[in-house]
Design a protein around this ligand. Structure first.
Ligand SMILES: [Zn+2]
Length: 592
């Protein structure tokens, strides 16, 4: 008999606690403390409640929880004294059939890890899809985590414990994140296409209109057809556009989507999650023979990252009439112009065709986008989904401070005009000035002393400034403070400076009514609402100029690393994203 949440909510406390036995290794206190919050609205709600119990239990209890876990492929496994759950997991990951070399490697890592952190290495070996990590993946993760800072690694251990608990809970309730698996598998399939030079190394790189990029587009097209979209076309800039028709002709359209190009050696989820999540919704609608009272347009944007050509947001920009004609003549590193690349890909490569892509705002209800967070916030909070309040506006500067290069041995400290120290002082100011706002960010990402030498006081220092905030006024106030500080530092130190603005992008606050729709959708899943600005730019920024928009973030694993092969998300979190999107569509349908 399968256990349902209703039965669990109604069960006497002792029985309910017994039902949760083994979710957290040798630590029944977690389930017991969480039970007082019954009734739970969903398994996600219960998972979060248990994670909060651990969070609030304090350092000692957390350490005891970590220490209640067996070593990976350790003595307990070899002597077969693991709990049934652990045996199942270590089995699934193939750890019970390690070669003697692998076993020895893991034992060495176990010893080094324990010596450094004082607790056993804990990894959810069933992995983000629940199907089991390979032994190579396990060893690679082990080696990587051994280098972490102790504070951080402790958090990582707890997050893995929660993930282990999530999978065990799914088993107890016989729950499979079927749609999450589907999206996860599509992403895996799409990641098989990668540009030459990267493919061989097992790295993911898909830049605009390469063979891999075109194969990716074909895979998305075919999958859209299989999902039951009524129309699927690749447009004049390479966007793959699928349309699921409304129940009645002439209805307005809801647009969604994200990009399928990647940065070099990027992750499998950046952009792609926002294409496949709504596709899973259409597959379900089509399977059930259901129609929405509006057209649903899902777009896989061809280009967002600006890797092959200096033209970011090309795919979404074309829809709002922002295609710079000069881009067509721009050449890539091999001297191939964008026009040639387009024609080679079977696209017209002509301005008229591209201009024809511009949408009419009056045809649209709005734009929504699902995206992996690309940051550590949700991961640290143990919250699977985040509500985006605004896409940060940003300003970038290319700067130079010029002082006096002089002898490092003979120039007394009070007579130096050190350009690098002036910039160092500014860097500290940027750090505290951005922090003061709470949600602004400021970075000096490049800091060069051209022609520098070990025995010369730096006479010149070139650096960049990247300043972002959730609204333009907040950003501009920070920019003006930073530039004023730069002037003051230079004045005081007797050096001079230049600052050239190289980019200015307006913030894109979410349309309140649309943000609220996402909030209702997330709330319906029983997971807590967490509102946050988006530090990164997204396609929604472009559509923002034409229609109301709002975004939903999905938690990333590995502290939210992105633009990195370690970018990851679980099929459970993806399942929640699909369910949130389904709720969103039904809710909008009811209001239309
Ligand atoms: Zn992206």
């Amino acid at each position: 008999m399968t256990l349902t949440l209703e039965q669990f909510n109604a069960a006497p406390a002792d029985d309910a606690a017994a039902l949760l036995e083994g979710i957290y290794e040798h630590s029944p206190w977690i389930a017991e403390a969480a039970l007082v919050q019954r009734p739970f609205r969903s398994l996600a709600h219960l998972k979060h409640a248990m994670a909060r119990v651990v969070h609030n239990a304090g350092d000692q209890a957390q350490l005891a929880l970590i220490n209640a876990h067996p070593e990976l492929a350790g003595k307990a496994m070899v002597s077969k004294s693991l709990t049934a759950e652990s045996t199942n997991e270590q089995n699934k990951a193939g750890l019970t059939s390690c070669s003697p070399e692998e076993l020895e490697k893991i034992q060495t890592l176990n010893a080094a890890y324990n010596a450094k952190f004082g607790f056993p290495f804990i990894l959810a070996v069933r992995g983000p899809r629940g199907a089991g990590l390979s032994r190579q993946e396990i060893i690679a993760t082990f080696e990587r985590r051994l280098a972490h800072h102790p504070d951080f690694e402790r958090g990582e251990a707890l997050r893995n414990i929660h993930r282990i608990g999530e999978l065990r809970l799914n088993d107890k309730f016989s729950v499979e994140p079927r749609l999450g698996h589907q999206v996860w598998d599509w992403q895996e399939q799409l990641s098989a296409f990668s540009d030459p030079g990267y493919l061989e190394k097992g790295q993911l790189t898909v830049t605009y209109l390469t063979e891999a990029h075109r194969s990716a587009a074909r895979m998305i097209e075919q999958t859209m057809r299989d999902c039951g979209f009524d129309e699927v076309v690749t447009d004049a800039v390479g966007n793959v556009v699928g349309r699921y028709r409304a129940s009645t002709p002439g209805a307005k359209t809801l647009m969604t989507g994200s990009h399928y190009d990647t940065v070099r050696n990027g992750g499998k989820y950046d952009g792609r999650l926002g294409i496949f999540t709504p596709m899973a919704c259409v597959a379900e609608l089509s399977r059930q023979g259901k129609r929405l009272p509006f057209d649903f347009e899902v777009i896989a944007f061809a280009e967002e990252e600006g890797q092959r050509y200096k033209a970011t947001f090309l795919g979404s920009g074309a829809l709002i009439g922002q295609f710079n004609p000069a881009w067509l003549d721009q050449q890539d590193a091999d001297g191939i112009s964008m026009r040639e690349a387009m024609q080679h890909a079977g696209l017209p490569g002509a301005l008229e065709a591209i201009a024809g892509l511009q949408r009419k705002p009056s045809d649209y209800l709005g734009f929504v986008e699902v995206h992996i967070e690309q940051g550590p916030v949700l991961n640290e909070l143990d919250i699977p989904l985040g509500i985006v309040t605004s896409i940060n506006g940003g300003v970038r500067y290319l700067c130079e401070v010029v002082g006096m290069a002089s002898h490092a041995g003979t120039t007394p400290m009070d007579r130096r005009r050190d350009a690098a120290v002036a910039v160092a002082e500014l860097a500290l100011y940027v750090e505290q000035r951005a922090a003061r706002d709470g949600d602004s960010v400021g970075t000096i990402g490049i800091l060069n002393v051209p022609g520098g030498s070990i025995n010369v006081v730096p006479g010149c220092c070139q650096f960049t400034l990247d300043l972002r905030a959730p609204n333009d006024a907040q950003r501009d106030a920070m920019v003006s403070d930073v530039l004023a500080e730069l002037r003051a530092i230079c004045e005081r130190r007797g050096v001079r400076h230049t600052a050239e603005e190289t980019m200015r992008a307006a913030a894109a606050p979410s349309a309140p009514a649309w943000q609220q729709r996402w909030e209702r959708a997330v709330d319906s899943l029983g997971v807590p609402l967490y509102r946050m600005p988006s530090g990164a730019g997204h396609d929604a920024m472009k559509l923002h100029e034409m229609m109301p928009q709002a975004m939903l973030f999905v938690r990333g694993q590995n502290s939210g690393l992105s633009h990195n092969p370690l970018e990851s998300t679980t099929s459970d979190d993806t399942q929640l994203a699909v369910e949130a999107f389904q709720f969103f569509l039904n809710n909008l349908a009811a209001a239309t």
